[in-house]
Design a protein around this ligand. Structure first.
Ligand code: AMP
Length: 278
């Protein structure tokens, strides 16, 4: 049975006698197949698996987005149990940020563009909560989804710079059969928006095809993504990007690892996706 813990003290006490190595999977709940794949990899590579469920207010740059984020703890715990997770830590906000909490972890350049530019403060909130989770759990490994690729890069930079001993492991994006990256936010899509949402993946695939055919102009690939998205009337494009795979700077010419990424709104729901070009 999965043990469900609420406080920092309970978590520390249980982890003190946990068999090592420990694998950590941080989540905001509303668990789905993407989260399950992280839990499976954590379980395969570690003796003890810890899943955290915490809708982190500090990483939402818009209060309405935080309020409407989907939540169902009972269902999440059943899913964790089904995946043979040893420990779920589902704390109240005060256990993560006790009264008087006054620290922000702010990562530099890699947190600046793309999601960092579109959602001011978002990565400060992510880096701060993940630093707390790494400190509390002291895991040998922590598992994150490639779907949020910039988040992985920000957390890697933070862990390296702060000498945190937890290894950051990126896991492949899990998709619906029609290519849509699975996300907790997909639940907010209306039926017509859901039918339109695979346009993100189609745009990435079209740009990738152009790259495989030899196209190396960043602008040509951005235009290709915009062209595919323009065919979808419900898609409200926030950005399309062809960026350096290490620095995330926009590329004029692709001459090494590159990251295709995009953020698109369907009504009130904002979706992101990405693909790495080796
Ligand atoms: P979230 O609960 O959305 O904050 O996500 C928790 C973790 O699951 C993050 O590391 C995400 O990148 C990862 N994740 C979310 N969706 C997927 C997916 N479709 N495939 C793989 N990992 C995912």
């Amino acid at each position: 049975m999965t043990r469900v813990l609420r406080t920092r003290d309970e978590l520390r006490a249980v982890l003190a006698s946990a068999e090592r190595p420990v694998g950590l999977v941080p989540t905001m709940g509303w668990l789905h197949e993407g989260h399950r794949s992280l839990m499976r990899q954590a379980r395969a590579e570690n003796f003890t698996t810890v899943v955290t469920i915490f809708v982190n207010p500090r990483q939402f740059n818009r209060p309405d987005d935080f309020e409407r984020y989907p939540r169902n703890e009972a269902r999440d715990i059943a899913i964790a149990d089904d995946e043979v997770v040893d420990i779920v830590w589902a704390p109240p906000v005060d256990e993560v940020y006790p009264p008087g909490f006054d620290t922000t972890v702010s990562v530099g350049a890699v947190a600046g563009p793309l999601e960092g530019a579109a959602r001011p403060g978002h990565f400060d909130g992510v880096a701060t909560v993940v630093a707390i989770l790494f400190a509390l759990v002291g895991a040998e490994r922590a598992y994150f989804g490639q779907k949020d690729v910039q988040q992985v890069m920000v957390i890697r930079q933070m862990a390296r710079d702060l000498a945190l001993p937890t290894a950051v492991i990126a896991c492949p994006t899990v998709r619906e059969p029609d290519g849509l990256a699975i996300s907790s936010r997909n639940v907010h899509l209306s039926a017509t928006e859901r039918a339109a949402a695979p346009a993100l993946h189609r745009a990435l695939a079209a740009a990738r095809d152009r790259w495989e055919a030899g196209e190396r102009s960043g602008e040509a690939l951005r235009a290709e993504m915009r062209r595919v998205l323009a065919d979808e009337p419900l898609a409200d494009v926030e950005y399309v990007s062809v960026a350096d795979g290490l620095t995330l700077g926009e590329l004029a010419e692709i001459d090494g690892p590159a990251l295709l990424s995009l953020a698109v709104r369907f009504g009130a729901t904002r979706l992101i996706d990405n693909e790495l070009l080796p």
